[in-house]
Every structure is written in structure tokens, then in C-alpha cells.
Design a protein around this ligand. Structure first.
Ligand SMILES: *Cc1c(COP(=O)(O)O)cnc(C)c1O
Length: 399
């Protein structure tokens, strides 16, 4: 039995049965590559699901981890934490000037946003203005509130009763939003580009229209940028593509460059609906994670990685489009920056498996969509390498 087979057997025995794992055990990473327990190398276009924005073991991240681990790992939010304040200030200045609440994951960031929206509405209006309008095919996390917000029944089936006060409408449909928002609505929660739902980009007028509608109806526009944020789409935050600003934004995934951290940023007037005691997290924004996240953000800005994601992403998309013209079962290549996808008319999972065997890690986003979210530091040579492996793999599909 190989070391990996042995580990898989133990995983099946001792870990909760929540993941269908690929039969590899990564043990080491550097830049855009990882190595498994058998010594095989992989080009990593999954990046820990859009997390490892600076690649694996970036020297600046390693150094920040080393230095802070010798200084202070954790103290409570009962005290003021310098790197947390500095990270909050940087995020605020780089976005829309809001106030930040730190937590440990995307779901928690959305949970904070949902709670804030209700608290704000209760304080400002009345307690029956508590409904959150969400989108079909969205993904917002796995806590009870966020599976309720998520517009894909497969994530909430069997967990009923779900939370009251959530409504789902089609994504990219302004007329539906206009009908759905009423006197009971406190917020609209939407991913600027849907991630797990299939890398879906709305029409150009959609988010500006939604922004205007929310402003007119005095409803909060809350953008879930957990996947799209931190340079992923070619801008630091995806909303910049449409020259709008949300009232509330959530971040996680790329924010810590591999450490678990989430953030909810809200305009000051909204954020101030939280008062001491309203909401909290023991680990949220501790000295260790915020030091590392600040290092990640600084590097994204200094190395202009958003611009790089835009440029390399355009090249990658072009090459995906070329593939799409050659294989009839590839319906479309789409995406922004380094959040890209190939929509197929055949199941995506077997193709992901065969790419893995050839040394390329990629993801799915729905049953028939291949998703590519590599580190923002990739170059054209790595895109070419990934395209080559994809090409070989797609060539094996029956036509
Ligand atoms: C991944 C994701 C989440 C959930 O983040 P977790 O850290 O897994 O809780 C929420 N929203 C979006 C858009 C995501 O992509």
C-alpha cells in the first residue's frame, strides 16, 4: 500500500465524510506548484480554491509568519491589536472607506453582513424590514444563515428548517430585483461574478442598475467578494469593473494568502448599527492572521497583481477560447482576470481527474463547468503548460 493509499484509508476512518477527496496528498508547495507524498509535481490552477493568491510559500508571507510567530500570535479583541487596525485601515482606504469586522471565513463574513443588515434595519426602520434578497445559483457559505442565502437547494437539502426572511430571484435579472424588493427588504446580497454557481458574469447594466435600485429603495447592497476580491478578477475588488460601490462587502479566500481570515466591510453609517457586544469572534483578526493578511495585501498592491491578473487572464481566456473552437463539447470560455471557466456539454469531473493525473490541478463549478483560479503570480509559460495539458485531456473525450 502506498503512503497515499494508507492516508486515504485513515481519512475515511477518522475524518467526517464531508469531502470526495482526490487520491493525492499534497505535502509541499512553492510558487505555482505543489508536490504530493509520492513525489509527483502539479501545476496548481486551483490554488486552494482561489485562496493562494501569491502562490505557495511566498518568501514575504513566510517571513511575515516567522517574524510574527516570534512576536505575538493571539490576544483577545478585548484589547487593541495594531496589525488588525492597520489591515482595516488599508482595506478601508483601498475600497469605499468603510469600517471592518474581522472573522475567520467567508461564511462568517456573510453571516456578519446578514446580522448587520438586520440590526441596521431594526434600528433605522422597524423589525419587519428584515428580508434579504438573494440570487439563484449563488453561493455564500455553509452556516445555517449562509446556506439559506445560497440559491442552490443541494446545499441546504436536509438541513431544514432554514432561516426565515430570505428570498431568491434569478441572477442578472433587474426586473426580478425590482419586483422582489419591497417594504420588508433590508438588503440585497449578491456575488458580482458568481463563482461556485459557474463563473457567471452579469450584463454590464446589471450591477449599476441594482446599485441604483437599492439606493432608491433605501436597501443595502451587499456584495459577496469572498471569491472575486483581492485582485482575482483583474481589479482589487470586482465591483470596480462597474464603477459602483456597495454598502457592505465581504472578503475571505485570498485575503490571508492561505491563512484563515474573513472580513466584512460596511459604510460607516451602516457599520455603526453594531455596538460593543452586538457581534464578536474569538479568533477574528488576531495579530498573527492580520499581520500576514496585511503582507499579502501590500504585495498585491506593490507588485500590481490585479493588473497582472487582468493581463495574464486576458491571455489565458484567449487561449481557452481557441480550445473552445476546436472541441464541439466546449460550449463557452468565459471569466474575468484569473477567474476563468470552460462550460462543457459533458461532465466536468472526469476531465478534472484526468488533468490531475497529468499534473494539473483545476476545479469544477457546477457539473459541466471547469474552473481555473490560479495564483495571481502565474506567467504566460504556466498558462501555456496548463493549456497543453487541457488540450491533451479534451482530445480524449469522445466527440
Ligand atoms: C467560498 C465562498 C464562500 C464561503 O467561504 P468559506 O470560507 O468556505 O466559508 C462564500 N461566498 C463565496 C462567493 C465563496 O466563493
Amino acid at each position: 500500500m502506498s503512503a497515499t493509499d494508507e492516508l486515504m484509508a485513515q481519512a475515511a476512518r477518522y475524518l467526517a465524510n464531508t469531502y470526495a477527496r482526490f487520491p493525492i496528498a499534497p505535502v509541499k508547495g512553492s510558487g505555482v506548484r505543489v508536490w504530493d507524498a509520492e513525489g509527483k509535481t502539479y501545476l496548481d490552477f486551483a490554488a486552494g480554491i482561489a485562496v493562494d493568491v501569491l502562490g505557495h510559500c511566498h518568501p514575504k508571507v513566510v517571513e511575515a509568519i516567522r517574524a510574527q510567530s516570534e512576536t505575538l500570535l493571539h490576544v483577545s479583541n478585548l484589547y487593541v491589536i495594531e496589525p488588525q487596525v492597520r489591515l482595516a485601515r488599508a482595506l478601508s482606504e483601498q475600497s469605499f472607506g468603510g469600517k471592518v469586522f474581522f472573522c475567520n471565513s467567508g461564511a462568517e463574513a456573510n453571516e456578519a453582513a446578514i446580522k448587520l443588515a438586520r440590526r441596521y434595519a431594526t434600528a433605522r426602520w422597524s423589525s419587519d424590514r428584515h428580508e434579504i434578497v438573494c440570487m439563484r445559483d449563488s453561493f455564500h457559505g455553509r452556516t445555517m444563515a449562509t446556506v439559506t442565502a445560497t440559491g442552490q437547494p443541494k446545499y441546504s437539502q436536509g438541513f431544514e428548517p432554514l432561516l426565515p426572511g430570505f428570498k431568491h430571484i434569478p441572477f442578472n435579472d433587474l426586473a426580478a430585483a425590482e419586483r422582489a424588493i419591497d417594504s420588508r427588504t433590508c438588503a440585497v446580497l449578491v456575488e458580482p461574478i458568481q463563482g461556485e454557481g459557474g463563473v457567471r458574469i452579469p450584463d454590464d447594466g446589471y450591477l449599476p442598475g441594482l446599485r441604483q435600485l437599492c439606493s432608491e429603495r433605501e436597501v443595502l447592497l451587499m456584495l459577496d467578494e469572498v471569491q472575486t476580491g483581492m485582485g482575482r478578477t483583474g481589479r482589487l475588488f470586482a465591483y470596480e469593473h462597474w464603477s459602483i460601490q456597495p454598502d457592505v462587502m465581504t472578503l475571505a479566500k485570498g485575503l490571508g494568502g492561505g491563512l484563515p481570515i474573513g472580513a466584512m466591510i460596511a459604510k460607516e453609517t451602516v457599520a455603526d448599527a453594531f455596538v460593543p457586544g452586538s457581534h464578536a469572534s474569538t479568533f477574528g483578526g488576531n495579530p498573527f492572521v492580520t499581520t500576514v493578511a496585511l503582507t499579502v495585501l501590500t504585495e498585491i498592491l506593490d507588485a500590481r497583481l490585479s493588473d497582472r491578473a487582468a493581463k495574464i487572464g486576458a491571455y489565458f481566456l484567449e487561449r481557452l477560447r481557441q480550445l473552445a473552437t476546436r472541441y464541439p463539447f466546449v460550449k463557452e470560455a468565459r471569466g474575468r482576470g484569473l477567474m476563468l471557466a470552460l462550460e462543457l456539454s459533458v461532465p466536468a469531473k472526469p476531465i478534472v481527474n484526468r488533468c490531475l493525473e497529468r499534473g494539473l490541478l483545476i476545479l469544477i463549478a457546477g457539473d459541466q463547468v471547469l474552473r481555473f483560479v490560479p495564483p495571481l503570480i502565474i506567467g504566460e509559460a504556466e498558462v501555456d503548460e496548463a493549456i497543453h495539458i487541457l488540450d491533451l485531456t479534451l482530445a480524449e473525450e469522445p466527440r
